[in-house]
Write a protein that binds this ligand. Structure first.
Ligand SMILES: [Zn+2]
Ligand SMILES: [Zn+2]
Length: 342
């Protein structure tokens, strides 16, 4: 089988390897689609992922496929099942795991981060990490269960209440999922702030009530034009640049929540507007991966409650994984997928 192996900064090579074999509690998944995540881009440039990366390793943690082999103690899946995978594996022993905060696990393992992932033709997956997809769901949509699951955790952290006004800053794949989840949560108005025209258009298509272009003038004034107030109740920042963080504080109303969801550069710092936090009673939250949200993400996808297809803009075959990572960084794309047998 073919696999792409990450050896270090900007160095992914296509190799031939024997098809891996499964242990008693594992399934072998023929990968049909695997998303290129911002985390893969970070790792490709030498930064850490959700866990520490030790090359050589096969990246790719957002994938779906078909079960082609099962271990002798696998009872939840059979050969031929269509599945999607939760890549994050927790130790179950540390204080965080035993105190309802498994995402903060002291020894988090992640498929596609520190054990071989989905940028290959076949991937070994513990049966506990797989979830069944409905027949009518495409592999491309199924591959998006992981980012949806991460967004679900973020939406919970944002504590949106029915009727709240929400601004999502950044219309990449995550921002466009957040727009939809905020609507499902009962937000009265969801505004997407995004400089790229194509992404604003898709934002409207997936349900944003209004879109604004932060590059075309004062964001507060633009928000006032569309909702009659120059601030919102909840801001969800999905960009990862300081200009976006600054905008989040600018448009946060009194009592607002600010969810800083993006993955910033390691060591990135931002001067906090302390008086605003005090006087406006701002609540700032972070959000990390997808604790206990993957099943609900799969249910949302299986029940067609989310529009996933418009978010997927590019597909590449396995041999083109370097090009796919470049394209994921470009403003011309939203979500790039690797389809091993494209
Ligand atoms: Zn991801
Ligand atoms: Zn743990």
């Amino acid at each position: 089988m073919k696999r792409s192996v990450f050896y270090g900064v900007n160095d992914i090579r296509i190799e031939n390897a024997a098809r891996p074999s499964v242990k008693k509690n594992e399934i072998l998944v023929e990968v049909k689609a695997c998303g290129v995540c911002g985390t893969d881009v970070h790792i490709y440039h030498g930064e850490r992922g959700s866990a520490e990366v030790t090359p050589p390793i096969v990246l790719g943690h957002e994938f779906s496929g078909i079960v082609v082999e099962i271990g002798e103690e696998v009872n939840n899946f059979k050969v031929g099942d269509k599945v999607t995978v939760d890549p994050n594996i927790y130790c179950g022993r540390c204080a965080y795991c035993r105190n309802g905060k498994k995402q903060l696990c002291e020894s988090l393992h992640a498929i596609g981060v520190n054990q071989d992932g989905g940028f290959q033709e076949y991937c070994v997956v513990p049966q506990t990490q797989a979830f069944l997809l409905e027949e009518f769901v495409s592999f491309e949509e199924g591959a998006m269960a992981e980012p949806v699951a991460c967004c679900l955790h973020g939406i919970e952290r944002s504590e949106i209440k029915e009727g709240d006004t929400v601004c999502v800053i950044g219309g990449g794949a995550i921002g466009l999922i957040m727009v939809q989840l905020a609507k499902l949560k009962g937000a009265s108005k969801v505004i997407l702030s995004e400089p790229v025209e194509m992404r604003r258009r898709i934002g409207l298509q997936v349900g944003a009530d209004a879109v604004v272009d932060p590059a075309s003038g004062n964001l507060k004034e633009q928000i006032k034009k569309v909702i009659g107030e120059d601030h919102v109740d909840v801001v969800i920042e999905c960009v990862g640049r300081l200009a976006a963080t600054r905008q989040a504080f600018e448009i946060a109303g009194k009592g607002a929540g600010i969810l800083l969801f993006s993955v910033p550069e390691t060591g990135a710092e931002f001067p906090l507007p302390l008086f605003d936090i005090y006087q406006k009673e701002l609540k700032i939250s972070g959000s990390f991966i997808n604790p206990d949200t993957h099943l609900r993400a799969v249910k949302l996808i299986n029940s067609r409650k989310l529009q996933i297809a418009p978010i997927i803009t590019h597909k590449y075959c396995l041999e083109e994984v370097n090009g796919a990572i470049q394209m994921q960084m470009s403003n011309d794309s939203i979500k790039v997928l690797i389809v091993p047998k494209n």
